[in-house]
Design a binder for this molecule. Structure first.
Ligand code: UN1
Length: 478
């Protein structure tokens, strides 16, 4: 295919089998044709990254700073176009697509700065006349495997620190959304990365992801995606004694107390559960509501849901874009059936919606009368489906919030300082939100969770150095 967007290996654009990138808002719209790498190309990419490592890990800080800065500037300058590409291939609204693109630019800006702030420690030795220095060095070849739901921000928050600290990269974006990833690699290579420092291998997890996971030449592996794949990749990594970082699912609680500002609570849940079509690991999917405000809250939320405009991601009126593909939509529908069979009450939504173009449109769904042991309250659905669980008081709410296999984000709507403080202290989650949605995080502070949600060091901000560097302790006798 002459118009094929190719893989990038060792500084050259390399053709492969072609896959069409389809717009979930309009199945007749082909976003582009993208190469799929095979296992041999993935190995070439790993070899190129390995060969480029010695020089890049010793490169000057101003060179790294300038490349990351240029990338940030170009992403920012092209935010409308890149945001549109993102929304067209993934289905989140244009406002969300542009917002995510700006977030990617901010992440590159942050790590351009971090490149100039590499520090270590000088420590007195216990032995007289001996000095100790603690420094951080690049890890080596980093394998980066990213999901479809944040086609530019998640690649940015893994690529930027990897490159900032002097690692070389083999990058496999999700097969469903190669467009934003390809654009990002194109920007970074034109920003001046030496050949082999960043390699793009698009394609299937079972082929490309597998080749990266199995390679002894990949020194660190970072992944965002499902729990089952994350667990497999962590085990593969442990067998090779390789550093790994897994960001996986969530079943994030959002507690609504009787003393909450009702508008704030409804806003937080609408955004947290349904924006980005509910396709976020940080989505609020268990809404835990105190009895005294329960009926009023469910009525207000259901009214809000019925007013949400579901449609083409690129239409300015749209508030909720399509589900990403048929497989995900069928999974959402299966969970609607499961919820009804379990005895939960479907208050609103869940049905497919017809729009002028053929796409994967679904009305956001709200279940009430749920118990925390139902499958719809325990398993990550990854769609616009939320469950409401009624509780007697704050203590019961906290118990239910923490009764989950996951621990990524937890939120509460309350005007009580006492309950907000207690929740921040006792919620078993990596991130806690007070009067804010569980999803939608800052780019410069740690991101990650507990239990089945995350494995390995945190991402983002200065904490990213924990994963993307390795510590050296040097002793010198005077
Ligand atoms: C956010 O909520 O702002 O895959 C980010 C995900 C997360 C990112 C969420 N890793 O949904």
């Amino acid at each position: 295919m002459s118009d094929q967007k190719r893989n990038f290996i060792g500084g050259a654009w390399v053709a492969g089998d072609t896959a069409a990138n389809i717009n979930p808002s309009d199945l007749t719209d082909i976003v582009g044709h993208y190469a799929r790498a095979d296992a041999a190309q993935a190995q070439d990419a790993i070899a190129a990254a390995k060969a480029a490592f010695p020089a890049w890990s010793r490169s000057g800080l101003m060179e790294r700073h300038a490349i990351l800065r240029r990338a940030s500037d170009e992403i920012q300058a092209r935010k409308e176009e890149l945001g549109q590409l993102l929304s067209r291939e993934e289905g989140k609204t244009l406002a969300e697509g542009i917002g995510e693109t700006v977030r990617a630019a901010q992440i590159f800006d942050f790590f351009a700065g971090e490149a100039l702030r590499l520090t270590g420690e000088t420590v007195a030795s216990v032995r007289p006349g001996v000095g100790v220095e603690v420094t951080r060095e690049a890890v080596g070849v980093v394998g980066i495997i990213t999901p479809w739901n944040f086609p530019i921000a998640i690649p940015a928050w893994k690529l930027a620190p990897a490159l900032c600290y002097g690692n070389t990269v083999v990058f496999k974006p999700a097969d469903l959304v190669p467009g934003s990833a390809w654009a990002l690699v194109d920007i970074l290579q034109r920003a001046g990365l030496p050949d082999g420092v960043l390699n793009l291998v698009m394609g299937r997890g079972s082929v490309v992801g597998q080749a990266i996971a199995e390679s002894r030449d990949v020194d660190a592996l970072t992944f965002t995606g499902s729990v089952s794949t994350g667990a497999t990749l962590a085990m593969e990594s442990a067998k090779l004694m390789r550093k790994s970082q897994m960001e996986m699912g969530g079943k994030n609680p959002f507690v609504v107390l009787a003393d909450a500002d009702l508008d704030v609570a409804v806003d937080c849940v609408t955004q947290g559960a349904f924006y980005s079509t509910g396709q976020r690991c940080t989505a609020s999917s268990r809404i835990i509501v105190e009895d005294a405000i329960h009926d009023q809250f469910v009525a207000a939320l259901s009214e809000r849901i019925s007013a949400l405009t579901v449609g083409d991601a690129l239409d300015a009126e749209t508030q909720i874009g399509p589900v990403v593909d048929e497989t995900q939509l069928a999974q959402n529908e299966e969970y609607i059936r499961i919820g009804e069979a379990e005895g939960a009450r479907l208050v609103i939504g869940g049905e497919r919606l017809a729009r002028p173009t053929e796409g994967f449109f679904q009305r956001p769904a709200l279940f009430a009368d749920c118990t925390n042991d139902m499958r719809i309250a325990r398993e990550e659905i990854f769609g616009p489906v939320a469950t409401v669980i009624r509780v007697a008081d704050y203590d019961a709410a906290l118990d239910v919030a923490n009764d989950t296999d996951f621990g990524l984000s937890a939120g509460i709507a309350t005007t009580s300082l006492k309950h907000a403080t207690d929740f921040k202290r006792n919620a078993e989650a990596g991130m806690v939100m007070v009067n804010l949605p569980t999803a939608g995080v800052d780019f410069h502070v740690p991101f990650g969770g507990r239990k089945a949600s995350s494995f390995g060091p945190r991402e983002q901000g200065r904490y990213a150095a924990e994963f993307y560097t390795t510590v050296k302790t040097a002793y010198t006798s005077a």
